[in-house]
Ligand binder design. Structure first.
Ligand code: 26Q
Length: 809
């Protein structure tokens, strides 16, 4: 098969797909039909390429990784695939001949929003690198009918509507109805000893749900590998009740058949927070059971034995959400293949590895033990046995130390603790930045670290730099091509060579011109979408991420209110015009997050009504922030806000996307910021605030928000203004949250403690912005230092140290 069609061949492919799928010619086709035709041709090409690659992997007997994750935040696929495959030119020309613009077709594609934020986007970036680096990989997740909700802002209030992505997104999926598996829930289990000495597990009154795979192909850039992402959809196995059907109760028969299908209906829209919902547990087991069955089937087809599983298969659990992989694999090895417990445990623990993505206590998953036992009776028996054996081993390691052992056990106080299960069963446990990994060792998993120090590792996160730099910021990419050659596209560490141009005035001028062009392009986009104008001569100050108290959008707002008051007092104040741009979704049930969105929107509205202030200060809250919106915005950003309370943000990856596009960071020493500063040099970043250990200390000594309020006159005025409000709405509730929260602690994320340091640093940043030459130099050096934060580097580390993979070319 020809994986490299020229424009004439592409034209033929498109015409033939249009004819076959839509019965129309290119002249008759709508833009949407042409987008679908293009997607189908690319999908076909990738399928062919994938099967050739799979044959090679099988022949070589190469080890593969299976990346298990409840979320893959893919965004759009057409552009990445065409660019990765080097086909964008051929498609552009072919479409030109047919009367279409490739750029218009890109806009027809809905985002595949099958994730909340960082964790899901990381999974998508990792799949890209795995393919590009020729590692055999499969991702497993759920084919949610509705991805992350769409956000509308109505009078400053977030309103959620369903994300109906399948009509435009389905073209990328290949349903494999020939490869379905059954997943069991509920009922009872009985053990029955057979005359040949083995024990049979009998299931009674349980529910069976069918898992149907929908496969999508993930291309690599200039590689022979194509990875597969397998998304499971739930289907009812109980057939129609024909009796009801013939009695004319047509709709009731239908209703009953859709019951099981709610499992893959919708993505839970909260991140860094868990609620022990039964449906979520069902989703997790559904993903895990179908995926493990699929892995075993494929492995048996090639090797005919499971003895060598750890040599040929790595299973990675991305956070604890798919941790049921452990008991599910045990179940199959023992119940279906009759392995002894010891043998099965040895296989499982050499196969499974785990990444932790958070240390926030409310995000560590636990399940009610009774609920768990009722929903997953056989899995519960296995988890209980794992726990008993673990506790015995821990007793040997820490004799007599009951406190420590009960803290480490999987089951305790009526809860099943998924993080403990994950650590105990994995051969590798890693955090996602240096700081985060050391917090895991020193605090979250301290006791486990003493018991199994060799398991603990760090792999700092990275981003798909081709998507986030080369494809979304083509002007900057061409400048880099000219200066350092195109090798950085495959070897991101080569970006370091760009530092040689730090004193080259022509290059720096061009860098600045590119930033300005990107600002104009983004502001035009906002104008066509919303009618709002952004002043392209103001500095673009950007905070884009999920809305969460610990990320402190509120700290940013407090500083903005300070500037607002300055301008109210003195409208002629000599000040660098600033536009603060926010993009953020709040979990639907997270009231404080929604209040903060409202605050930002009302400040924005208030300023709009104030022509004098508007000249120098603007706030833009972008509705429905998404991967595609990030791709449009990031190239235009000049300031990157990474201002979480130190010790709370495991890594952060938005910071990397902004850095590689030349934005300068204002941030705390949290997550990946620490390593960004090491890479770029302290003189090229704007670091402020408490450090993680200082936060810890202040917390232990008793944090008093009120003392900052009283001693800082500016802060007093700002917080009083919250009560007065903006555009007619008071935010006294937020003022009291900061000062004397009725329940819990006032200002739990210490906005007030970091305020003054943040304000001064922001001011210093504005001063630096006045010196254009200096600013451009810093921007250039940030780009040059961003190579470390490419997902290619992260994946090489996982592949070599954790998964022990070899490339198959
Ligand atoms: C769990 C149970 C029930 C419902 C929802 C959840 C759930 C869902 C998503 C819990 C957590 C998440 C997502 C967490 C997440 O995105 N964490 C981020 O991961 C990034 C990649 O490593 C890091 O860069 C961020 O610092 C971290 O916040």
């Amino acid at each position: 098969m020809n994986y490299n069609p020229n424009s004439a061949e592409v034209k033929e492919l498109l015409e033939s797909v249009l004819q076959r799928h839509f019965g129309c010619t290119a002249q008759e086709a709508s833009r949407d039909q042409m987008y679908k035709a293009a997607a189908i041709t690319v999908k076909n090409l990738l399928s062919e390429k994938r099967s050739a690659y799979k044959n090679k992997v099988n022949k070589a007997g190469a080890k593969r990784v299976y990346y298990m994750c409840m979320e893959f935040l893919l965004g759009r696929s057409l552009k990445t695939n065409l660019c990765n495959l080097g086909l964008a030119d051929a498609y552009e020309k072919a479409l030109d001949k047919l009367g279409f613009k490739l750029d218009d077709l890109y806009e027809c594609e809905p985002d595949a929003g099958l994730g909340n934020g960082g964790l899901g986007r990381l999974a998508a970036c990792f799949m890209d690198s795995l393919s590009s680096l020729d590692y055999p990989a499969t991702g497993f997740s759920i084919c949610y009918e509705y991805g992350l909700f769409k956000q509308m802002i109505v009078d400053g209030i977030q309103v959620e509507t369903p994300d109906i992505w399948l009509p435009g997104g389905e073209v990328w999926l290949v349903p494999r109805t020939d490869r379905t598996y059954k997943v069991r829930f509920g009922g009872r289990v009985r053990e029955e000893w057979k005359s040949d000495g083995h024990c049979e597990i009998i299931y009674e009154d349980n529910e069976e749900i069918e898992a149907v795979p929908y496969d999508t192909m993930i291309s690599g850039a200039g590689s022979s590998a194509v990875s597969q992402l397998r998304l499971w959809r739930a289907r009812n196995t109980q057939k129609f009740d024909m009796r009801l059907f013939t009695q004319g109760q047509y709709t009731r028969a239908l209703e009953e058949s859709t019951n099981a299908e709610i499992i893959s209906k919708v993505l839970y829209p909260s991140d860094n927070h868990t609620e022990g919902k039964l449906l979520r547990l069902s989703q997790q087991y559904f993903l895990v059971s179908a995926s493990i069955q699929s892995i075993i089937r494929d492995h048996m087809a090639v090797y005919g034995t499971l003895e060598n599983l750890p040599e040929k298969v790595a299973i990675h659990i991305n956070d604890t959400h798919p941790a049921l992989c452990v008991p599910e694999l045990m179940r199959i090895l023992i119940d279906d293949y009759f392995f002894s417990w010891e043998k099965a445990w040895s296989i499982v623990t050499r196969t499974v590895s785990y990444t932790n993505h958070t240390v926030m206590p409310e995000a560590l998953e636990t399940w009610n033990e009774d609920l768990f036992r009722l929903k997953l009776p056989r899995i519960y028996m296995i988890v209980k046995e794992i726990n008993e054996r673990f506790c015995r081993a821990a007793w040997t390691a820490f004799p007599g130390n009951w406190g420590r052992i009960s803290h480490m056990s999987i089951i305790g106080y009526g809860q099943v603790r998924m993080a403990n299960l994950s650590v105990i069963a994995s051969h590798s446990v890693n955090g996602v930045s240096e700081l985060h990994s050391s917090i895991l060792k020193d605090s979250t998993f301290k006791d486990f670290y003493r018991m199994y120090p060799e398991k603990f590792d760090n792999v700092t996160n990275g981003i798909a730099h081709r998507r986030w730099l080369c494809y979304s910021n083509p002007k900057l990419a061409s400048l880099l091509d000219e200066c350092i050659g195109p090798d950085y596209r495959h070897r991101p560490e080569e970006l370091a060579n760009f530092a040689k141009f730090a004193d080259d005035e022509t290059v720096k001028d061009r860098l600045r011109a590119i930033k300005h062009e990107n600002k104009i392009a983004f502001s035009n986009l906002v104008q066509t979408k919303t009618g709002k104008k952004i002043d392209t001569h103001s500095v673009f100050d950007v905070q884009i991420k999920r809305l969460h108290e610990y990320k402190r959008q509120l700290l940013n707002a407090l500083n903005i209110i300070g500037l607002y008051l300055d301008l109210k007092e003195n409208p002629n104040l000599d000040m660098q015009p600033q536009t603060f741009i926010f993009g953020a979704k709040a979990a639907p049930g997270y009231d404080m997050a929604k209040r903060i969105i409202k605050l930002l929107c009302m400040i924005s509205k208030d300023i709009e009504q104030n022509p004098k202030i508007r000249e120098k200060l603007n706030v833009v809250f972008l509705e429905n922030y998404s991967v595609s919106m990030a791709e449009a915005l990031v190239p235009s950003a000049e300031i990157s806000e990474q201002i979480s309370l130190a010790g709370k943000e495991a890594s952060g990856t938005g910071c990397m996307k902004l850095m590689i596009n030349g934005a300068l960071t204002i941030g705390t020493l949290d997550g990946a910021n620490v390593e960004m500063q090491e890479a770029a040099g302290a003189e090229n970043m704007f670091i402020f605030g408490l450090k993680a250990d200082e936060v810890e200390q202040l917390w232990l000594n008793g944090y008093s928000a009120a003392s900052y309020f009283i001693s800082n006159e500016r802060l007093t005025r700002i917080i009083n203004q919250l009560s007065v409000g903006f555009a007619g709405e008071s935010f006294a509730d937020i003022a009291s949250y900061l000062l004397n929260n009725g329940h819990g602690v006032a200002d739990p994320y210490m906005c007030l403690a970091d305020f003054e340091s943040y304000r001064l640093t922001h001011e210093a940043m504005m001063a630096a912005y006045q010196d254009k030459a200096k600013w451009n130099r810093m921007s250039l050096l940030n780009i040059a230092a961003a190579g470390k934060f490419a997902a290619d580097r992260s994946i090489e580390e996982y592949a070599q140290r954790i998964w022990k993979l070899k490339k198959v070319k």
